[in-house]
Design a binder for this molecule. Structure first.
Ligand code: CDP
Ligand code: CDP
Length: 220
């Protein structure tokens, strides 16, 4: 049982989990856990080591020896900066493949639990409220229509100078959502007691403000 307040934010691809989590954490001066980054790092490490992604035992071994470094907003794997390298759609799709293996999830569990330190934590992912932090003070299932999520991802990539195609993005995100929802271990679904937040018509700031209001409410 963690001793500090945890706000768990789960939801499908590009629903705004990362941006909302960092905005909420900034306002409360809390830490952030980007759990998806751990699955992406495991996928990238598998790719770097030419591990067959259909080999669950091999992927589990990679997850067990994962030793990433998060420093000043940058992410390092075996001494190499991989902040942008883990954000590609290919790594995302591969992350969703290895994330279906129970052994991989088990290997990353403790790493995630250790993030719950004072003054508090905003944890973003797929199973933060259901599996990793079931005791979280506030659980949110953040969602938005597939079209608005694809558009957001499109703009996000464009800002980085990466061109993409909306139809491909919709198809990729639906693929990944399906795999995340259909897996037998820790499937993506609202945790018990989670509040559903549909951000389709909301700006990022409006979404952050709503989460902060719900958090204050939970403390009243
Ligand atoms: O972490 P996740 O994949 O769920 O999403 P994200 O990377 O935080 O958000 C995807 C993009 O949507 C970012 O560029 C956000 O600024 C944007 N966004 C938005 O436009 N409106 C919202 N209500 C939430 C996020
Ligand atoms: O930001 P985006 O929504 O694209 O994905 P992410 O949060 O970076 O996660 C990448 C993949 O890791 C997801 O599609 C899931 O398959 C997996 N994941 C998971 O299984 N459990 C988590 N707590 C976080 C991510």
């Amino acid at each position: 049982m963690s001793q500090v307040d945890v706000i768990a934010i789960d939801g499908p691809v590009a629903s705004g989990k990362g941006s909302v989590s960092s905005g909420v954490a900034k306002a409360l001066d809390f830490h952030v856990l980007d759990s998806g980054a751990l699955y992406r790092l495991t996928a990238l490490a598998c790719m770097n080591q030419c591990v067959d992604l259909s080999d669950a035992a091999a992927a589990e071994k990679v997850a067990q020896s994962l030793n990433p470094l998060f420093k000043d907003g940058k992410i390092y794997l075996e001494g190499k900066e991989v902040t942008d390298a883990i954000r590609t759609e290919e790594v995302g799709l591969n992350a969703s493949k290895i994330a279906a293996y129970p052994g991989v999830r088990k290997a990353l569990f403790e790493l995630q639990r250790r993030s719950a330190v004072a003054p508090g934590l905003v944890a973003d992912g797929r199973d933060m409220g259901s599996v990793v932090f079931p005791e979280a003070r506030l659980k949110i299932f953040l969602t938005a229509s597939a079209e608005s999520r694809a558009k957001r991802r499109y703009n996000q990539l464009k800002e980085k100078g990466i061109s993409s195609n909306i139809d491909d993005l919709v198809s990729d995100l639906k693929d990944r959502d399906r795999r995340d929802m259909e897996r037998s271990v820790a499937p993506l679904k609202p945790a018990e007691g989670a509040r559903i937040l549909d951000s389709s018509g909301l700006t990022l700031q409006e979404t952050i403000d709503l989460v902060l209001a719900w958090y204050r409410e939970s403390k009243a």
